[in-house]
Design a protein around this ligand. Structure first.
Ligand code: 0O2
Length: 232
């Protein structure tokens, strides 16, 4: 369990930012900073696990299944919006209890089968608990989004003891990442739904997602053919 005791202001339970009492405000600000530090540590632990797997692969099979890893801590604005959308208070305790994706790790792989290999190897580690999986590769979103999402829980050892912490791991190919990053910039966050020609843009994006998917499948089949003769 978390080591931090959270004080929620009596008169306003929705956000500690609204408290008129500077003492309570500062106490909660410190707890918020502390919590963000805990998420940064969670990212470091998981990133190391992934790097170890990649390193082992490079020695054993002379290739790296992971092209690159990106990490991020969810921004305070994004944390606030998600809690508000789901009807939760904006307090450090509520962030810890209700959000699974404050710590985010994105793993970009060369081939589709690498995604499942990495996911299985992580899931089989006995300090990792898989809380939830969303396989948007087998079940792509209607807009064309493909990626493999895992919510995991992992114990992190701090000076006052062990704390289970959650993180979202998104695993995808280079092609899926290229598409999702552009689509995120173009549409996902910016609410261009109201723009003229939005439907045409959506169709074009979907067509691009399908092309990326075909390309991923072709690359996978080339890898499979080479794999008949070499260990890869
Ligand atoms: P950001 O900026 O990455 O933080 P849940 O957590 O289960 O209540 P949620 O958050 O919708 O619901 O979970 P889901 O479906 O696993 O998606 C979480 C993240 O996946 C998003 O985070 C995006 O990073 C990515 N994602 C999901 N759908 C799309 C999509 O259609 N296009 C793109 N480009 N990315 C997508 P955030 O919090 O929205 O954003």
């Amino acid at each position: 369990m978390m080591n931090t005791q959270i004080t929620i202001p009596e008169e306003n339970h929705s956000s500690w930012l609204n408290t008129p009492d500077p003492k309570i405000f500062l106490e909660n600000a410190e707890k918020f900073n502390n919590l963000m530090m805990m998420y940064r540590c969670t990212i470091r632990e998981i990133q190391t696990k992934l790097e170890v797997l990649d390193d082992e692969f490079s020695v054993q099979y002379k290739r790296n299944p992971i092209s690159f890893i990106k990490t991020r801590i969810k921004s305070p604005q994004s944390i606030y919006r998600k809690l508000e959308k789901n009807g939760y208070d904006f307090t450090p305790q509520s962030i810890h209890d209700h959000l699974n994706d404050v710590a985010g790790i994105r793993v970009v792989c060369a081939f589709v089968d690498d995604i499942y290999t990495i996911a299985d190897l992580l899931a089989s580690q006995d300090d990792i608990t898989v809380v939830n999986i969303k396989d948007y590769i087998k079940n792509p979103k209607p807009n064309g989004y493909r990626s493999y999402h895992m919510i995991v829980e992992i114990p992190i050892f701090f000076s006052k003891g062990k704390t289970p912490m959650r993180a979202e791991i998104q695993i995808r190919t280079n092609g899926m990442d290229f598409w999702a990053t552009l689509e995120h910039q173009l549409r996902y966050k910016q609410g261009i739904e109201k723009m003229d020609g939005y439907e045409i843009i959506s169709e074009e994006l979907l067509r691009c997602a399908k092309s990326m998917h075909n390309m991923d499948n072709e690359m996978q089949s080339i890898k499979n053919k080479i794999g008949q003769f070499h260990d890869i």
